[in-house]
Design a protein around this ligand. Sequence first.
Ligand SMILES: Cc1cc2nc3c(=O)[nH]c(=O)nc-3n(C[C@H](O)[C@H](O)[C@H](O)COP(=O)(O)OP(=O)(O)OC[C@H]3O[C@@H](n4cnc5c(N)ncnc54)[C@H](O)[C@@H]3O)c2cc1C
Length: 412
Amino acid sequence: MSGSCDYDVVVAGGGLVGGSLAVALAQTDLRVALIEAVPPDSAAQPSFDDRTIALSHGSCKILQQLGLWPLLRDSVFPVERIHISEQGRFGTALIVAAEQGIAELGYVIKGRELGHALWQKIGDLPTLDVICPGTVTATSQSVSSCRSLTVATQGQERRIETQLLVVADGARSALRAALGVGASRDDYEQTAIVANVQVAKRYTGHTAYERFTPDGPLALLPGIDGRYTVVLARPSDNAEALLQLDDDNFLQVVQSCIGMRLGRLQKLGQRSSYPLELVQTAALTTSRAVMIGNAAHGLHPVAGQGFNLGLRDVASLAEILADAARSEHALDAGAESLLAEYAAWRDQDQRNVVRFTDGLIRLFGRKGRMLAAGRGLGLAAFDLFPAGKRELARQTMGLGGRVARLARGLPL
Ligand SMILES: Cc1cc2nc3c(=O)[nH]c(=O)nc-3n(C[C@H](O)[C@H](O)[C@H](O)COP(=O)(O)OP(=O)(O)OC[C@H]3O[C@@H](n4cnc5c(N)ncnc54)[C@H](O)[C@@H]3O)c2cc1C
């Protein structure tokens, strides 16, 4: 299908999002290559680490359709309720799966386990060409209908031509910059500290907690071994001191934020930290290239939206390319019409999620009393009115706007 190019599609970046797209496109007749700089089993792999990823209902359907679920079944843990509250304020909100007519709102999984399952699947796909370790170091538009890539792999340089380059190299995307596409960067001046804790036995269950505190949000996500993952966002100038605290003192900080609703927190695991910023690409597409996942939108982890949004990028792009491959004899995967369809489809969802996550941080990050009182009443009122709650639940489940076939549990 690729005419004079080596490939129809080259995916640059085999992290959680780029790797998922490669698996999806392997279901089509397209000639696809995946290029990833850091091997999946390396300790330096930036996409697969100790962070816990909350998968929305829609994401789980996509992963099922990608054939990943049998590889994930033993690592995922269902979330049936999300409890939202604000420290020191009246009013809580509860989103319950059963009220939405489903068994679970989504699942949680360790990023490392999701990454390993993804690459196990990638290793089983005979039609997918994988270059790993391989780094795309430069790109240019060639005179033909191809984009040229320079790929550094094990001390050598290769040139590869593709109709479409998918840029999935993360929020600090060097390829986005190499394409001449700008990005806005908004530093939250917060750092997320992630660690496992044990909660009192009678509180282990299927409820995730999102707690807003004056210094930043705290999430507690349930896990398979009865342990919870803490995601504590704190002002960056205080984060180093928190990382240096001994385990008991750090647990006390978390305990003072969440109160006793999970009993006494104990047995803190290893802490890791992530500086937080909002990164938004100036354009989702440019000539024969498209930005997906964090390369398009790097978000604050509040409400666990980043990978879910990226997976919807994957489902939409895969659907557009699969449909075009079915209907066109001489497909040009990098055709402007396809890229325009992609950008039009994804733009609203991405804006909504950015507004939602960024809005939460800005709303709960302000310390005015009036706002605080309004927020408390808002949470209580929100809990009483089913329509608003249903809409939030739909967004949280990844079911807002135009929904791709994969996210509806249908084949590509
Ligand atoms: C603390 C924390 C908690 C989170 N929790 C959630 C959650 O609960 N739910 C959720 O949906 N999201 C969550 N997220 C967000 C989620 O982790 C990210 O959205 C997701 O990992 C982005 O994946 P990606 O593949 O787009 O980018 P990345 O993970 O950055 O992967 C990019 C890949 O590209 C490779 N690469 C880079 N440059 C090149 C190159 N030139 N050539 C080839 N390869 C290259 C890198 O090695 C890497 O493998 C969380 C994030 C954080 C920090």
